[in-house]
Write a protein that binds this ligand. Sequence first.
Ligand code: GRF
Length: 201
Amino acid sequence: MRVVVLVSGRGSNLQALIETVHGHEAEIVGVASDRAGAPALERAAAAGIPTAVFLRDDYEDRTGRDLAMADWVLARGADLVVLAGYMALLAPAFVTRFPDRIVNVHPSLLPAFTGIDAIQQAIDHGVKVVGVTVHLVDEGIDTGAILLQRAIPMPNTRDGAEVHAALQPLEHELLPEAVRLLAAGRVRRDPADPQRVVVST
Ligand code: GRF
């Protein structure tokens, strides 16, 4: 499976993909960012993966930027788009070009706490369990069908950095696992309930 990864920041999830599935179950054929100078781009370059930057200001609007990015993804021959800390909302025109072919990792147990600051939202709500979700991307904000989730009890925490540090190892396991499942063709929509995804064993 040929994969393009979209990033905005640090790129620890990209690094996890490079160290696990890349060159095995999947080939990362490109990394694109909406921010110049994202450290994730250096990680890609160090692994010999082609990179590109698509700045919002270089295009008339967000859709224009995202369509240019979609063209780049298709030109790389990608079958799958992985959002690994990509912090911009994708235009519907991008999402509809890759139906059920975009996955995202989100630091909450969806459908709770969508959007930005998910960890702080969870802390503010007083949750006793935190977790990570990998889901397919649709046109909503963190609303697509859930592929994988994992939780850990943290009943007393009020420290976002502590929660983030606890969640990152889960992200670094679940996102490569989702790519493996998709590459193996083990993910399909439930015909009786298309919002639901069935992962076969
Ligand atoms: C992760 O916590 C992920 O859940 C969120 O953005 C963060 C990206 O981290 N969507 P990194 O850039 O992969 O280190």
